[in-house]
Write a protein that binds this ligand. Structure first.
Ligand code: GUN
Ligand code: ZN
Length: 427
């Protein structure tokens, strides 16, 4: 049985960061055909109706059918401490984050928050994400179980820390390796789930732990590896004290086998030239987390240098350092940061960074992140008139991007008018 969704459609034929908005394809009266969990055809509504006359029709009218949003870096265990005020990174971790993350050894609590997080993400149009869990294997089981129950493509891993964290949140080099390996063997490749090797960041892992996780990655090179890099200047100074022999922050990962194209480095704001060049020449993944970068006071990400240089930049909420579950709000913050750097981003670029760009950062662009035949049918349907403020501005628009931009800048979960996960209609 085929499903045919009618509405405006937005897809990508190339990379708008390089090629500009002409790499985006908009159809005012478009159609998307889905069967057995995948997109099988995309075209004009008339063509699709003629080619699939038996398909079940879902008419979304003027609404926009988009690939579901993909969040390239989030901490689901920080759901309940989002919007905690008054601290910068290290104090914020010690004061808010570590006490909350200490609760996830209790499986019931981990499950409750994982379910809450996944449902909040879905309600904001996010169909896939790459999440940090906590040091507790229970938190990983909870995250994957809840994503699996909803049929989602999800990436995640146990956040390893063996120093500079409270007793309640420390493992060792050996238990980090053993537990990560056991979780990887349990979850990696099951349904739509992928295990991600996850050292939190250099300050909270001993050299032995970084080496052990580098070795695990070497044994499972098809896995992603995620960590944090050069988010705040105090953090970088701390890394320099811990590793006086390293060339720079990135080198602390490189010397332990934790640098590669399948690495997803969160933040990457205050980079040395060598670090920038290395990330770009490798085509490494970078998660740009703009609401977090302003909320925690980290700095202004160099979108142009990194994405044109060849790194795989995707957008991410970084909830709960980030201040929103919404990839629309995240696009707005990315726009604002780019404005402060005098490099404005086009709406097509913002939308791409939250869909196909994020998929590329996770090496999943052949599965998700676009409307194209063969890709998995994870879709978000967007109401471009979801509030009076947005509607009155969109009504003035003379072309599609102008009609879309008010939703990027002012939209939230009220703009999500429909959701499909793996070809299944949620609403
Ligand atoms: N660096 C290390 N851990 C974290 C975290 O949980 N959030 C953010 N924003 N930065 C980090
Ligand atoms: Zn983070």
């Amino acid at each position: 049985m085929h499903d045919l969704l009618l509405g405006q459609t937005l897809s990508f034929s190339g990379d708008p960061m390089r090629e500009g908005p002409q790499a985006a394809r908009h159809q005012r009266k478009g159609g998307v055909v889905i069967a057995e969990g995948r997109i099988v055809a995309l075209g004009s509504a008339d063509e699709m109706r003629a080619a699939y006359p038996q398909a079940r029709l879902h008419d979304y009218g003027e609404r926009l059918i988009s690939p579901g949003f993909i969040d390239a870096h989030v901490h689901f265990p920080q759901t309940a401490i989002i919007a905690s005020w008054g601290k910068r990174l290290i104090d914020w971790l010690n004061h808010y984050t570590f006490p909350e993350e200490s609760r996830f050894g209790e499986a019931d609590y981990a499950t409750k928050i994982a379910a809450r997080y996944v449902d909040l993400a879905l309600s904001h149009g996010t169909t896939a994400m790459c999440s940090y869990c906590t040091i507790h294997p229970e938190s990983v089981d909870a995250f994957f179980t809840e994503a699996q129950a909803r049929g989602m493509r999800a990436f995640g891993g146990k956040t390893c820390m063996d120093r500079n964290a409270p007793d309640t949140l420390r493992d060792t080099a050996q238990t980090a390796y053993d537990q990560s390996k056991a979780l990887l063997e349990r979850w990696h490749g099951v349904d739509r789930l992928s295990y991600v090797i996850t050292p939190r960041f250099t300050p909270t892992s001993s050299p032995e732990q970084l080496s052990a996780l580098g070795a695990l990655w070497g044994e499972h090179p098809d896995c992603l590896m995620q960590t944090h890099l050069s988010e705040q200047v105090d953090e970088i100074a701390w890394v320099r004290e811990l590793y006086p022999q390293a060339r720079d922050y990135l080198d602390t990962y490189e010397m332990h086998g934790l640098l590669g194209a399948r690495g997803v480095y969160g933040h990457a704001i205050h980079l040395e030239q060598r670090e920038r060049d290395r990330l770009c020449e490798l085509g490494a993944g970078i998660a740009h987390c703009p609401t977090s970068n302003t909320f925690i006071g980290s700095g202004l990400f160099d979108m142009e240098g990194l994405s044109l240089g060849g790194a795989r930049v995707g957008l991410a909420t970084d909830t709960g350092g980030g201040s929103s579950f919404s990839m629309l709000r995240t696009m707005a913050a990315a726009y604002e940061i780019a404005q402060l750097r005098h490099n404005p981003l086009h709406p097509a670029q913002l939308w791409w960074l939250a869909t196909q760009g994020a998929a590329r950062a996770l090496h999943a662009e052949h599965q998700i992140g676009n409307l194209a035949p063969g890709l998995e049918a994870d879709l978000a349907v967007i109401d471009l008139h979801s509030t009076p403020a947005i509607a009155q501005r969109a009504a003035q628009a003379e072309e599609f991007w102008e009609a879309l931009f008010p939703t990027i800048m002012m939209g939230d979960d009220r703009a999500i008018a429909g959701m499909w996960i793996g070809g299944r209609k949620l609403r």
